[in-house]
Design a protein. Structure first.
Length: 279
């Protein structure tokens, strides 16, 4: 939706092609149009290591699957054609990466043309955060440091992505006891951001912080300020929606927070290249 000359878009959207959503793609597009959104990017989940591809012969009825890529991109192309006069629709994926799965993601990226890729860390050593398997038996310092070390290893060794997703998402699953994660891990966070900037990549503002009831942005205001101070300007905004109620949520409101930090623009992407828009 244009507010003056401003762009309203959502660059982190999950559909029925993700294992944790039942939201039909065409319904998402219809809802986005109703919200007067100008552009949307589908970013469904791929998590090699803990999930298998749809055509893996070892799959059974209990296997958690990645995106069915041919059907996924075919459906996006159908919707691009059908709704071309009403909304811009971009092709993306959310890569839930680990150091051990880089080659799997490289093969996937090489096979399918995309506009946008979110690099996220959802698990380390196939231990997921939301189940607390990764955190079990470790101090907050230990599991936060391991999380950021994995992220640092990834951005040093993998380059076909657009932005880092929900950079401090581990705080969704900690015990909210006031652990000063930014202060304790600022050195490695700085290294990550310096690597991202040098590689001409970016980070996202993930507005699900509001949905999760967090008391700060995601990534935190401290991380966003550090990114800005280091010279980072490539930034996308996404709801991380999996259902109608969350599509586009809090995006316009949180733009004010970005302006307060000093940001003047945010990005959409086309064929993996950022396009800047005023906040």
């Amino acid at each position: 939706m244009k507010r003056g000359n401003l762009m309203f878009c959502d660059y982190h959207v999950h559909s029925i092609f993700s294992d944790d959503s039942n939201y039909e793609m065409e319904k998402i597009i219809q809802d986005a149009i109703a919200l007067k959104m100008q552009e949307i990017c589908f970013t469904d989940h791929v998590d090699y290591g803990i999930k298998k591809d749809w055509d893996d012969p070892t799959c059974n009825e209990k296997t958690v699957l990645n995106v069915d890529y041919p059907r996924y991109f075919q459906e996006i192309e159908r919707l691009q054609e059908k709704y071309q006069d009403k909304i811009i629709i971009k092709k993306g994926l959310e890569f839930g990466m680990q150091s051990t799965t880089i080659q799997d993601f490289q093969k996937l990226y090489n096979k399918y043309p995309m506009d946008f890729v979110i690099l996220s860390v959802h698990q380390v050593n196939n231990q997921e955060f939301w189940t607390y398997e990764f955190q079990k038996g470790h101090s907050e310092y230990e599991y936060y440091q391991a999380y950021y070390q994995e992220m640092y290893n990834l951005v040093k060794n993998y380059h076909d992505y657009s932005v880092i997703g929900h950079m401090d998402m581990l705080k969704r699953y900690d015990d909210h006891d006031g652990y000063p994660a930014f202060k304790q891990h600022k050195d490695i966070i700085t290294k990550i951001l310096q690597t991202v900037i040098a590689d001409h990549k970016g980070i996202e503002l993930n507005t699900s912080s509001r949905r999760y009831g967090l008391d700060d942005l995601m990534p935190s205001t401290d991380i966003l300020k550090l990114y800005y101070d280091l010279g980072g300007r490539i930034l996308t905004i996404g709801s991380d929606s999996h259902k109608k109620e969350d599509l586009g949520a809090h995006i316009e409101a949180l733009k004010k927070e970005l302006k307060a930090i000093g940001f003047e623009s945010f990005c959409t992407f086309e064929k993996m290249k950022p396009i800047f828009h005023p906040l």
